[in-house]
Structure formats: C-alpha cells, structure tokens
Ligand binder design. Structure first.
Ligand code: PLZ
Length: 447
C-alpha cells in the first residue's frame, strides 16, 4: 500500500465550535494521563495537515500560521517527505550511525556543507532536537578553544535542557524552579531596535555587548558567543544592521567561536537559506533543526572543519542522532525548498503579509512595530502612544483568532508579540484570510 500526502481542501471551515466535541473528549482523556507541565496553545486535536491547513478531529479546517513552531516550512506531510520516509522506513528504521552508518546521514551533511554560510570546508554532526544541537555546539566550542565561558544575549531562547535553560533568558515558563543551571554562562544585551535608545546603531549595540563581555568575563576566557540571528521565542527581534557582523568580527579577533542558532530562523524561513545570509555574516558554527526535516526530529551542528574535527573520535554522538528516517525526510524537505522555490516564496509572503499588517497597524495604535523577514514576521503590541507591553491584549487577540480557526502564536519576553510562521507553501488566499481574521480580532478587542 502506498500512502500519499493528504489531500485536504485548502480552505477554512468551522463545522463545530472550537474546540469541537471530539477535541473536548480527547482533552478529557489527556487530563488524566498527560503531565500538566506540557501545555498546548489550542485545545484542538489535529487529525491531518497539509499546505496551509490543519484539519481537526471534528472535521474543522484551520489556517496554519504557526507551522508547529517553524517546523513544517514545506508544509505538513510534504509529498517528497512522505515518499522518502515511506521508502526509508520500509528499508531501515534504525541501525545507529555510531554502529552501522548509512548514506542518508552523509547526504544530509553534504547538503548542510553546501547550504550553510561560507565557502570554507565544513563538517556536520547530527542530533535530534534543537536543544541537543546547541548543547553540542557548545561542547565543540569548549573543546576546540580549551576555554569554558559561554556568552548569550538578552531575550535568548536556546532550549529546555540544563545547559540550554542556562542560555535561555526567560524564567517563566522555561526556567523557574528548574535550577541549578549550568555554570559559566554569561548574558549581555542584544540589539533590540524597538526598545534600544533612539538611533542606536548595530555597531553601537554590539560594542555595548562586547564591553560587558570583556569586563564581566574577559575575551580570552570565552569559548563561544551564541545568538539567534533573528531572535525567535524572545520576540522575533531583528538586530540593527551591522550588529551581527560586529559581534562576529570581535569573535574572530579574539579566538571566540561565533555560534549562530538558526534552529528557528534557518532553512528558507526568512527568504534566505539562513538568517545570517541577510547580513553576509559567516558564523563558525551553525545549529539547525525544525525546518530541516519537514516535521521529523533532526538537528545538526555544522561548522568549520577544523573546529568540528577537533573533538576526539567518539566524543560526539547519541543513539538516534541522524536517524535514517529523519535524514530521508530532510533530503525530501530540502529538495522541496529548492525545487519549489521556497526562498522566493518566503520573500513573497513577507511582501504580502507586511502589506496586510500595515493596514491593520494604520487602524490599530496598539501595534508598536511590525518586523521580521520572509515567513518570520511579527507585531509587537503596546499601550498606544507608549512602548509599554500589552500582553493581555496580545493574548486576547490570539484567542479570538483561535476561536475563528486560525492557528496563530505569540512570543516575546513580555508576552506581547504575535508572530507569523506560516508554512511557506500556504496559498496567498489563505494567508490573507488568516490576516483578515487577525484584523477582525484586533477590531473586536479594541471596539
Ligand atoms: N533554539 C532558536 O527556537 C525551539 C521552543 C518551544 P528544540 N523553539 C521552540 C518550547 O516552548 O519548547 C528552539 C529555538 C532556538 C533552540 C530551540 C530548541 O529546539 O527542538 O525544541 O529542542
């Protein structure tokens, strides 16, 4: 039997109130067996998804503006991903690359070497989750430099494991009560143009970070400087032009490994392969996950061959890292990004969505800023005429969208950012319809 990608009509249709009776029944089952610490944005249980639509267990079809947090860039169940996974799962489910290696892992590493920034020799190691990639990037940087300190920035998000919690900035919900955290992690200010002093340049913001790192830690003690080139969970913060380049240069001048965490921003999401490409910055190490494999768990650290090869054989790995089915999915997802022109599609989404968001902003003084790149866009919501965050309005607007069948996510240190991360294969019509629902939600809340 050959199962093909789901054929789901690309339209929003609500047959029941949200959540419907079947979702409610599942929520009831869940409440007695799933840990309360794991929460969901919407109490709606998914049955199938494709393109820009998630179909729930009650037959409602919802517009997907979240891609499962920037994962299904090629759409859920992309046909090439489905075909590759089907074939692979019938041949080998797992041997462990550390026992009996296989071609898919090598092919993914070749693609990573080709697509990540810079034309130097690159090597990769594959893992399962974004957090695991970040942990390993730090391990490699420490090993290669013989130094221990790691510098991260304000509003950073790098994961939920012990080291990555330490790197992550926000206490609630990620860190509170989960300490003690990994040591030798230091935090410096980032570039947050909307909240920085008026007119501060990227170079000035970088100097502010560098001065603090030098005074509080000492450049010769720092193994790695890690940051998301567009900060995701922290609020879709795009640093001022020149910031990333100045940080990267300071790292190079001081023998510090510059790690770009592209877990959320990478793989076509922003209209380039990687968000650093917009600034022409070449990191020493890049971490990737999410969009790389069209929904299967796969992550990677890719970087300068001499750094990656500095670690002794056996020093890196994990049972499932680079699982053959996940690698097959990644090769399918990357092929779709290339063959279907998804970088250009992301640029088109930026143009279309930014236009619609500007129309909303013209009627909505609570929208303080529209920002982002490609299919990674956001609005920051404030008390009109101020920069005071309005998390309550943000939550209320998102809730209205959810009730109308639009899956939309919030983010931000202050909980006051609505972000758009649609599958890049979403149709223009669905995207604009979703943004129409967002416009109505703002209008209804502010009426
Ligand atoms: N680095 C930049 O965005 C994951 C987290 C959702 P994992 N972001 C979504 C949540 O609340 O858990 C992320 C990221 C960046 C690392 C990670 C971690 O990736 O695959 O979730 O471990």
């Amino acid at each position: 039997m050959t199962i093909t990608a789901p054929d789901i009509a690309q339209r929003r249709e609500l047959k029941t109130p949200i959540p419907g009776p079947r979702s409610q029944a599942l929520a009831e089952r869940r409440s007695s067996v799933v840990a309360a610490g794991v929460s969901s944005t919407m109490p709606v249980y998914a049955a199938r998804a494709a393109g820009g639509i998630i179909e729930d267990v009650d037959g409602n079809t919802l517009i997907d503006l979240g891609s499962g947090i920037a994962v299904t860039t090629v759409g859920s169940s992309d046909p090439r991903v489905v075909a590759n996974v089907q074939q692979q799962v019938a041949e080998i489910t797992h041997t462990c690359f550390m026992i009996s290696p296989y071609e898919g892992y090598v092919a993914v590493a070749e693609k990573l070497a080709e697509l990540t920034p810079g034309d130097h020799a690159k090597k990769s190691a594959l893992f399962n989750s974004g957090a695991e990639a970040v942990e390993n990037a730090v391990k490699i940087a420490r090993y290669a430099t013989g130094r221990q300190a790691v510098v991260a920035v304000d509003h950073a998000y790098h994961g939920r494991t012990n080291l990555t919690m330490a790197l992550t900035a926000k206490a609630m919900p990620y860190k509170k009560g989960f300490g003690p955290f990994a040591s030798d992690v230091y935090r410096v200010p980032t570039s947050y143009p909307f909240r920085d002093p008026e007119g501060m340049t990227g170079e000035e913001a970088a100097q502010r970070a560098i001065t603090l790192a030098e005074k509080a830690v000492g450049a010769d003690q720092i193994a790695a400087f890690i940051m998301e080139p567009i900060q995701g969970e922290g609020g879709f913060i795009v640093p001022a032009p020149g910031f990333l380049a100045a940080i990267a240069k300071w790292c190079t001048d001081n023998g510090i490994v510059f790690i770009a965490d592209e877990v959320q921003s990478g793989f076509a999401r922003t209209g380039e392969w990687f968000a650093v490409d917009h600034e022409g910055v070449v990191p020493d190490l890049v971490t990737t996950a999410k969009g790389i494999a069209g929904g299967l768990p796969l992550s990677a650290v890719t970087g300068r061959a001499e750094l990656m090869d500095s670690v002794h054989p056996g020093g890196l790995g994990g049972t499932y890292g680079g699982n053959p089915v996940a690698c097959a999915a990644a090769l399918g997802a990357i092929e779709t990004m290339e063959a279907d022109g998804l970088l250009d599609r992301a640029k088109h989404i930026e143009e279309l969505a930014t236009g619609a968001l500007r129309d909303i902003q013209a009627k909505t003084p609570a929208i303080g800023e529209i920002r982002g790149r490609g299919g990674m866009l956001a609005v920051e919501i404030v008390k009109p005429g101020t920069k005071e965050p309005d998390a309550a309005l943000t939550a209320a607007v998102a809730k209205r969208c959810h009730e109308q069948g639009v899956v939309i996510l919030t983010c931000g240190t202050f909980g006051n950012v609505i972000r758009l991360l649609p599958p890049l294969v979403i149709s223009d019509e669905l995207l604009l319809e979703g943004l129409g629902v967002l416009a109505d939600a703002f209008a209804a809340e502010l009426a």
